[in-house]
Design a protein around this ligand. Sequence first.
Ligand code: SIN
Length: 552
Amino acid sequence: MNAPAGPRYLLGFDTDALTKRECDVLVVGSGIAGLVAALQASQFARVLLVTKGELSETNTWYAQGGIAGAVGETDSVELHLSDTLIVGQGLCEPDVVRAVVGEAGDALGELVSLGVAFDRSADGRVALAREGGHSLPRVLHSGDATGAEVQDTLSAIVRRSEAIELVEDAFLVDLLTENGRCVGALVLEAGATEPTAVWAGATVLATGGCGQVYRVTTNPLIATGDGVAAAWRAGAELADMEFVQFHPTALDSASSPKFLITEALRGDGAYLLDCNEERFMLGVHPLAELAPRDVVSREIEKVMVRCGRPNVWLDARHLGAEHLAERFPKIWETCLEAGFDLSRDLLPVAPAAHYMVGGVLVDINGRSTLRGLFASGEVTASGLHGANRLASNSLLEGLVFSRRIVRALELDRPQPHAAHITGAGAGGPAGEPAMARSDIERTMSTSVGMTRTHDGLDAACCELEGIAASLGNTGPTVEAMEARNMATVAALIACAAHHRQESRGTHFRSDHPVRDDDRWRVRLAWTRSADAPREIPVGVAPEAGAVAVGLE
Ligand code: SIN
């Protein structure tokens, strides 16, 4: 099964004829990764921050649980490292994990100094929650709206900064490349009919994930994989695409995206019950309801089939109304609005696509394999997560990688230079983006979800190829470009899942149900110019990727 081809650029253009902008550092995306990169780079560089929607419409804003960091008295970097490696099922890059968890304390301290308010216990110490896969409480949080606290605090600072030029409602069309180097990007600004050419000395992608390729997801509507698809078209290497994390407990209601019920609620003692109101995680894993997410989600899937129901039940009744309303105010309110009193009612929950483990392959300093292009956060395959992400390691990843990128840029002091670049765009019919989008969601949910088979993936790859072909000439509308990006990323996920003939972490093949370290303890990296993936043994990927394209 080949990775998708397609045109180099989404649109036909000639940069000489376009409106231009120029900056030292272009940051695309405004979740924690983008905001931290922009704020830190603005200390020494002219920064342009472009974001697809409003500054705060990001995956970060929706994050409930918190940020993991070994800051507790009985915790250690070694323990956090060990939990991350166990959950990552043999595919984490140990050096990357050590670097990230080792920097967590400093990075979290910086957030606090910027004004992020984490909950504290009565003695004034930072309060720590427990989530799946963690051997002890380690998650710093702000009630059950940690992402919103981080997002709002950092967004306010960015808005006040005179050193950051901010452009909201600006869609990343493509990365501009010249002689194998990223020299900026094409962005479509609100109300424009043609893109703007942005010349940048360095470009930092922080565009988040692609949950929207699935019908049931916790991700907001903007999560359409635009950064991953643009990096792919520009020739950057992608990796770990087969690994998509499903969160076990999204509220089973009609809302779309699905409302997340944080794992911290199970960390506080809530149980999962089947249709006979019996706990089913006991005996499945020593951590029961706090087993790694892949284990819990798959068990829920089995129970739903056994019970013939679209959900299982979350039981938090024994935690009491007062505690629930105080510790989880957003969940408490949202559930009440949906007709559930958590202190009296069982809550219907089901797994939902939540997090893309794969993405743009980066080294330990966030450098992609395309010179001039850096990436941070969910858009990357950094090697931190392996085959499955440890809960609340994602905001940490964006935070730490953006700090590392900026440290590298401070040494490089990138300068923009204007080039003359033309692109042909795609030929063929314009297609119907809304129909394509719904076909992608159906195909991915049916055949590339939590349980996969060779035949299902075969069929999915063919269907996704057909959907991409049907889109042909994208046209300069955001809707059409999003659909094209979703088709590309969905095809890459399906293709990678087809290739990996084993089960590991979030990737479960019922026709190859066993983890096979002899054959598959390798990461799969894909580029547009190669037919087959590059297999990267664990422990050499970041350096090998960086050297392959030549660090400046
Ligand atoms: C949660 O609060 O359960 C989600 C946090 C995460 O995705 O790490």
